[in-house]
Write a protein that binds this ligand. Structure first.
Ligand code: PDD
Length: 287
């Protein structure tokens, strides 16, 4: 069965789905997006993703294209039509279509909405998590508003390509003070020598990961100590464990940084446990 996309009010075969060449998302990256993990056909961490979508849109003065309730129905209908149970839902909202001109259109335009759904092979993801992945470091080159989830992702694209060419799956951006900000499409974590779980605070120029936020609760409920404080690549190499989080990766153990092993060079017990606990929690609260 071919995939079905939602484009501006219509469900269409994805191969035939089209947006205007004057869509401001296409010309200026004047658009935001969200990605939900799907468990059993349901949206994971719904509240966190809707809240961040509303915030990203509001920071760019783009109107919510429809109410949260209506959007939930459309997202769920997209999932149903694609018959995907385990996967990802991608939503993009651009400012809309207008004659090319940098400032906002003077006559209001309707935000343009695109939704796609893709399947994920959870068994393959578990195999990958059981092995762990490598990350590479790369200088932070992004703009100062990484808290807004915009489609302007060229530095992330280049960083992740660098990772792929090194046989790794993620790149960690490192700021001018030598601290890891976050990954190209994930948040970065370590478990330090004292067993404390650490991730960068959100006063830094990073995306406020929804998986990150949910996992903070999971960690506290599991009785582990956690602190929101920056770390360097050297801290990661001296740590017991490292991992990344995101809607695509969930909780994924990191076993090497720039080709050097973290801890034993295999997934550690904390990351492995947190992956299981997060997935259980996300499955049971998905809508
Ligand atoms: N990326 N940091 C960046 C730069 C990201 O792009 C993402 C998510 C995250 C993790 O956020 P969350 O836990 O809300 O997924 C952190 C999505 C999955 C993507 O670009 O495909």
């Amino acid at each position: 069965m071919g995939r079905i996309a939602y484009v501006n009010g219509r469900f269409v075969p994805q191969a035939e789905a089209m947006v205007s060449i004057e869509d401001r998302g296409y010309q200026f990256a004047d658009a935001v997006y969200e990605v939900w993990a799907l468990f059993g056909g349901k949206l994971a961490d719904p509240e966190g993703h809707f809240a961040r979508l509303e915030r990203s849109l509001s920071e760019l003065s783009i109107a919510m294209p429809m109410s949260r309730k209506a959007l939930t129905l459309v997202l769920k209908e997209a999932v149903r039509r694609n018959r995907v149970r385990e996967g990802l839902v991608y939503l993009q909202v651009s400012r809309g279509v207008a004659k090319r001109d940098h400032p906002f259109p003077t006559t209001p335009v309707r935000p343009a909405v695109v939704i796609t759904v893709s399947a994920v092979d959870r068994a393959a993801s578990e195999t990958r998590a059981a092995k762990g992945v490598g990350v590479v470091t790369t200088p932070e080159t992004r703009w100062g508003r990484c808290d807004i989830k915009t489609v302007g992702l060229l530095p992330n694209v280049l960083a992740k390509q660098k990772a792929r060419e090194a046989g790794s799956v993620e790149a960690w951006f490192v700021d001018e003070l030598g601290f890891v900000t976050e990954g190209g499409s994930s948040n970065a974590w370590i478990v330090d020598a004292d067993g404390r779980v650490r991730t960068r605070d959100t006063n830094a120029n990073i995306l406020r990961g929804v998986t990150r936020l949910s996992l903070l609760d999971v960690i506290r409920e599991a009785g582990l100590e956690v602190e929101e404080r920056p770390f360097t690549p050297a801290d990661a190499l001296a740590a017991k464990e490292a991992f990344i989080t995101g809607a695509g990766t969930l909780v994924l153990p990191v076993v090497a940084v720039d080709g050097k092993p973290v801890g034993e060079g295999t997934p550690g017990p904390v990351a492995t446990r947190l992956r299981r606990l997060y997935i259980e929690q996300a499955r049971s609260t998905a809508i």
